[in-house]
Design a protein around this ligand. Structure first.
Ligand SMILES: C[S@@+](CC[C@H](N)C(=O)[O-])C[C@H]1O[C@@H](n2cnc3c(N)ncnc32)[C@H](O)[C@@H]1O
Length: 330
C-alpha cells in the first residue's frame, strides 16, 4: 500500500507539471533554475520552486546545485513525447476528483451527470488529449485495419459523423487516411469543440472537418451519412438509447455503418481483477456519478439489430475493448 500511495503521489506531481507546461518548458530550456523555469512558463516562483523539489524527489528532474534538467521519465511526461505518459497523470487526478465526488454522493444517491467532469478547470482541457493519447494508436494500428467499414468509407469518400467527438482526434485520424472524406463532429462540451476546431486547422484539415457544439440527441444533417462513429460516448446516452439508435438508423446511407467503440464490461466478474479490468471497474464507479454505466457488447448489438442494422462485434485490448458495428442493408 505504501508503494501504491507513492505511485499516486508521483502521478499527482506529474499532473501539476503537465498542467502548467513545465515538462515542455524545461525540455526547451534544457537546463534551468526554478526562477528561470517559472519566468519562462509564466508561473509563480514559490509554486515552481516546490514543484522542482517534488519532481526531483520523484526522479522527473536531475539537479546540479540550483539547476534542473529533465530525466528520461520527465521527458516522457511531455504531452507531445512519443508514447507520452501524460494520460496517466491526468487519469490519476481526474480519478481522485471523481472518487471524492462518489464518496460524497453515495450518501444521497444523487448523480449530477456530465458536468462533474468540468468541475476542475485544470483537468477539463486535458480530457481530450488524455483520450487521444490513450487510444489513437490502437485505433490506427488495430481497429481500422480489422474493420471493413473503414475501407468502405474510404472508397466512397463520403461523410463520416462522430457523435460525442471529444477533441476530434478520431475524425482527424480518419481524414488523414481517407483523402476525400468529409467529417462532422458533435460534442456537448464547448471546450472540446474549441480544441477539435483548432487541432483540425493545425493539421490542415479545416476544409474537410467541421465541429459543432450540441446535444447528440438533436443531431441532424442533410443527406445520408456513410459512417457514424461513437467512441466511448454511447454509455453516456444509454438512458435514451431508443432515440440514439433511431438517429443512427435514420441517418445512415444504405451500406453505411455505425461504429460503436466502448469499454467491454465483462460477463465474468473475475475479469475485473485483471489490471485492465481494475481500471474499468474504478471508472465504472466514476461513470455512476455521471449517470452512466459500462455496457456489454451483446446489449449494444441487440439494439443495433432492433434498429434494423446488421451487427458484428470485434474485440481488442485483450478483450477489454469492444467495437460493435451496425451496417444498414443495401
Ligand atoms: C469519454 S468521452 C469520449 C470522447 C471522444 N469520442 C474520444 O474518443 O476521445 C465522451 C464524450 O461524449 C460527449 N457527450 C456525452 N453526452 C453527450 C451528448 N448528449 N451530446 C453530445 N456529446 C455528448 C462528452 O462531452 C464527451 O466528450
Amino acid at each position: 500500500m505504501m508503494q501504491k500511495l507513492q505511485g499516486a503521489a508521483a502521478l499527482n506531481v506529474a499532473f501539476v507539471g503537465v498542467s502548467n507546461g513545465l515538462f515542455d518548458v524545461l525540455s526547451g530550456l534544457r537546463s534551468a533554475t526554478a526562477a528561470e523555469l517559472a519566468a519562462k512558463a509564466g508561473r509563480d516562483l514559490g509554486y515552481v520552486t516546490r514543484w522542482c523539489d517534488a519532481a526531483y524527489a520523484f526522479e522527473y528532474l536531475e539537479r546540479e546545485q540550483d539547476r534542473f534538467h529533465l530525466t528520461a521519465t520527465g521527458e516522457a511526461f511531455r504531452p507531445d513525447a512519443p508514447d507520452t505518459l501524460m494520460p496517466m497523470a491526468v487519469q490519476a487526478v481526474l480519478g481522485a476528483h471523481m472518487a471524492e465526488r462518489a464518496a460524497g454522493l453515495m450518501r444521497t444517491g444523487e448523480r449530477p451527470g456530465e458536468k462533474v467532469l468540468a468541475e476542475r478547470e485544470t483537468i477539463l482541457p486535458w480530457f481530450g488529449p488524455m483520450l487521444e493519447h490513450s487510444f489513437a494508436t490502437m485505433f490506427a494500428q488495430q481497429i481500422v485495419p480489422a474493420i471493413p467499414a473503414f475501407a468502405r468509407v474510404d472508397e466512397r469518400g463520403g461523410l463520416a459523423v462522430d457523435l460525442g467527438c471529444g477533441n476530434g482526434w478520431y475524425l482527424r485520424a480518419l481524414a488523414k487516411r481517407c483523402g476525400h472524406l468529409r467529417g462532422i463532429g458533435l460534442d456537448g462540451f464547448e471546450e472540446n469543440i474549441r480544441q477539435a476546431t483548432e487541432l483540425a486547422a493545425q493539421a490542415g484539415l479545416q476544409d474537410h472537418l467541421e465541429f459543432r457544439a450540441g446535444d447528440l440527441h438533436h443531431f441532424t444533417v442533410d443527406g445520408p451519412v456513410d459512417l457514424i462513429a461513437m467512441n466511448r460516448a454511447l454509455h453516456h446516452v444509454w438512458d435514451e438509447k431508443e432515440n440514439v439508435f433511431r438517429i443512427l438508423a435514420e441517418h445512415l446511407a444504405p451500406g453505411g455503418s455505425a461504429v460503436i467503440w466502448e469499454p467491454r464490461w465483462p460477463d465474468d466478474p473475475a475479469a475485473l481483477r485483471h489490471p485492465r479490468g481494475r481500471g474499468m471497474a474504478f471508472q465504472n464507479l466514476s461513470e455512476h456519478v455521471q449517470g452512466n454505466h459500462f455496457l456489454r457488447p451483446d446489449e449494444i448489438a441487440a439494439e443495433l439489430e432492433k434498429a434494423g442494422l446488421r451487427s458484428e462485434v470485434h474485440l481488442f485490448g485483450e478483450g477489454y475493448e469492444a467495437v460493435v458495428v451496425g451496417t444498414k442493408p443495401e
